[in-house]
Design a protein around this ligand. Sequence first.
Ligand SMILES: Nc1ncnc2c1ncn2[C@@H]1O[C@H](COP(=O)(O)OP(=O)(O)OP(=O)(O)O)[C@@H](O)[C@H]1O
Ligand SMILES: [Mg+2]
Length: 583
Amino acid sequence: NSLLSAFRPWPVKVVIDRVLVRSHTHVSRVPFVRAWLDSGGFTRLEILYGACAATILIALLTGLLSYYFTHTMGVVGQDFIFALRRNLFAHMQRLSLRFHDHQRTGDLITRLTSDIQAIQDMIATGVTTFGTNSCLLIGMLVLMFWLNWQFALVSLSVAPLLFGIVFRYKRRIKVAARKARASTGLLASLAQETLASIRIVQGLAQEDQQDERFQERSEGHHQAFLEVVRYQARVGPLVDLLAAMGLAIVMWYGATRVLAGQLTTGDVVLFFAYVTNLYTPMKGVARSTYVFSKASVGAERIAEVMSIRSEVTDREGARQVSKLNGGIEFRDVSFEYEAGRPVLSHINLSIAPGEKVAIVGGTGAGKSTLVGLLPRFYDPTHGEIRIDGDDIRNYGLQSLRDQISLVLQDSLLFSGTIRENIAFGCPNASDEAIVAAAETANADEFIARLPEGYEAAVAERGSSLSGGQKQRIAIARAILRDAPILVLDEPTSGLDAAAEQTVIDALERAAAGRTTLIIAHRLTTVRLADRIIVLDRGRIVEEGTHLELLAREGRYAHFYHLQMTTEAEDTLVVTNNSPLSLA
Ligand SMILES: Nc1ncnc2c1ncn2[C@@H]1O[C@H](COP(=O)(O)OP(=O)(O)OP(=O)(O)O)[C@@H](O)[C@H]1O
Ligand SMILES: [Mg+2]
């Protein structure tokens, strides 16, 4: 269609040469049209009407083609963007925790939103602008050279300079755009972190501090964008100036040639139209370089994430498992998050199917890390973990995880209803099964008291529920999954003593017949285990039943007595201060 637009000034040339001036020096090189016009014996008015009709016809055809082009590009662009965004999200979700540990959520979100938007902008407007303008340019160049190559060369004498400027600035703009994108990511992650932890921020009255940080990062963002704007602002006037020089040259050369009788007035008008039009698409191309730079920076940032492979993946020939018995064996397992700082060292542990093992130990001992190796949040740095006698890396990752139910240390809920949250790990569960799971988890009683019951909405991250309520929903979620292996990371941490007892009853029911690993600080929880493992700085230091470990008078016995005395003292204090005891 742009090639068609290149013909737009032609009727004007015909009108000037054949209607107004009737010049006889035709240097025009379009043989068919000339022959036809010469031989047809048309009157001036006929030619005029013909030229008017041709003008409208060209506009009509251009319009039609441009409609189809824009429409097709729009659809293709949308489809592409839609697929890209979906794939990127799917990819991000599946990247290993080691990747997510080092990533800022806000930055990832920026990649999913504005970086993809930049590519969309390029396809929607950039490609069209660039495509039509460069086609128009080529079309006009071809016609100009065809018409009169010397005149064409003269008219284009400033073009190399123009392109030089455009490309010089293109590079600079790209560098600045890259900086701007990165700072957008930082800004988004700060905002995301602050808003997600708004309770802490407000509770500690640190809004001003966060404001300052936001300001600081905005500053970088601001500077980077200013740089882009500065470059963009410089390109426009420079192009205009060069364009004016080009026009002056055409004017001078054209007029002298017409006076010398080598060109017709129509030719000069035509060249004039071309040269003027030549700079518009050049400016268009220059302007679209910004869109392109932004998009290519966006594409870089997306490719960066897409090219990362998850560390935890299915091995070649990994087999899908459907029903494990749940016999677990840690064989000389060592693990470090960062090289050189071991978190687990030489763990040897074997757990029979259906056995309940409690893991105790000081904070930071590596308990959560140890159980996190089972669903392969991370792979051991050394050694191997076997379930039912086979290395877990030989099982399909999804199928392995399907065999494990988890209650994590901080149970996060999703925004949605309570029912959806319980069914999160098991979306096809029936209503009866959901209620039964909630009953086993002792969550049913508080859910029943909510006005909307199971349909009650849970706010983002579960912030509308109490800690203990969230915990019980998380337990119900784990119970509903009905997996042979149950992993509980401090399941009673958010509960008072009475609620704790009901949850322990619930856990006892839930754990029946499943291999259970339970991490507990509260030693009351530990007593439901068949065996207790004491972990200290990543090593197993004691192992046995509650009574055995008490008799050994080691670390566990020390923990136990410490806790018993503090609890007794707590009770004493409460009793002494309570008005009842005074009475
Ligand atoms: N994602 C991580 N990246 C780097 N280091 C980590 C990561 N998670 C935990 N650690 C470190 O590993 C060690 C063990 O952490 P872990 O969470 O396993 O302890 P824990 O025994 O569960 O403690 P707690 O009882 O407080 O929950 C800690 O020193 C901690 O700093
Ligand atoms: Mg922990």
